[in-house]
Design a protein around this ligand. Structure first.
Ligand SMILES: Nc1nc2c(ncn2[C@@H]2O[C@H](COP(=O)(O)OP(=O)(O)OP(=O)(O)O)[C@@H](O)[C@H]2O)c(=O)[nH]1
Ligand SMILES: [Mg+2]
Length: 187
């Protein structure tokens, strides 16, 4: 079993060229800006190693964290934030496309906030990732902010978009426990 608490920050890569040179397997965390990627990484590792913020667009580079000397957990910048609106969604998609094809990338964790209907960019990304050939895991974030009826609505939305067997995150380690085993299986 991987020890997620044995985590350390390795590097921030502005692009793929700057990623760590070794071929250690990597798992990418991706999702709309502000969906809770950095927060999830902090919860999983029990450390404040990824910077989270109320303001969208906090994570601007690919941040590499070494987990238990076993794999790199990569915190990606979110799509749909204003900084990327400036650079253009197309460039972001291109960057992610080449990243997703990387041989060392063993799995992708897509985070979705299903308190609302998905945006066009979420749906496009979701469909792209489903067909990219890499194992895809889903985490529905911010479930602690849902009541019974919005949780049911979220589950309906997951069904509507073919989001298979998602993990519902209530922001605590207990709800995320199954994610650890699923990540390990990807490696
Ligand atoms: N209630 C609740 N709030 C959360 C949860 N996850 C994240 N948040 C809050 O949502 C905001 C954004 O979280 P981040 O982790 O910075 O989001 P991000 O996806 O890394 O955002 P970018 O770096 O901009 O792409 C912060 O204010 C977090 O405290 C959750 O599970 N529950
Ligand atoms: Mg972030």
């Amino acid at each position: 079993m991987i020890n997620f608490r044995k985590a350390r920050f390795v590097t921030s890569a502005p692009s793929l060229k700057e990623k760590p040179k070794d071929e250690k397997p990597a798992v990418l965390f991706i999702g709309r800006s502000n969906v809770g990627k950095s927060t999830l990484i902090n919860t999983l590792t029990g450390q404040k190693i990824a910077f989270s913020s109320k303001k969208a667009g906090k994570t601007k580079m690919l941040n590499y964290f070494d987990i238990d000397d076993r794999f790199y957990l990569v915190d990606a910048p979110g799509y749909g934030s204003t900084i990327y609106a400036n650079i253009s969604t197309i460039n972001f998609a291109k960057m992610m496309e080449s990243y997703v094809k990387e041989r060392s990338l063993k799995g992708i964790v897509l985070l979705l906030d299903l308190r609302h209907e998905l945006g066009e960019d979420d749906v496009a990304f979701l469909n792209y990732l489903k067909n990219c050939g890499k194992p895809l895991l889903y985490v529905i974030t911010k479930c602690d902010q849902m009541n019974q009826s919005s949780l049911s609505a979220a589950k309906r939305l997951a069904g509507k978009y073919g989001v298979l067997d998602p993990i519902y995150s209530f922001g605590d380690l207990k709800s995320l426990e199954p994610l650890k085993g699923r990540i390990e299986k990807c490696l």
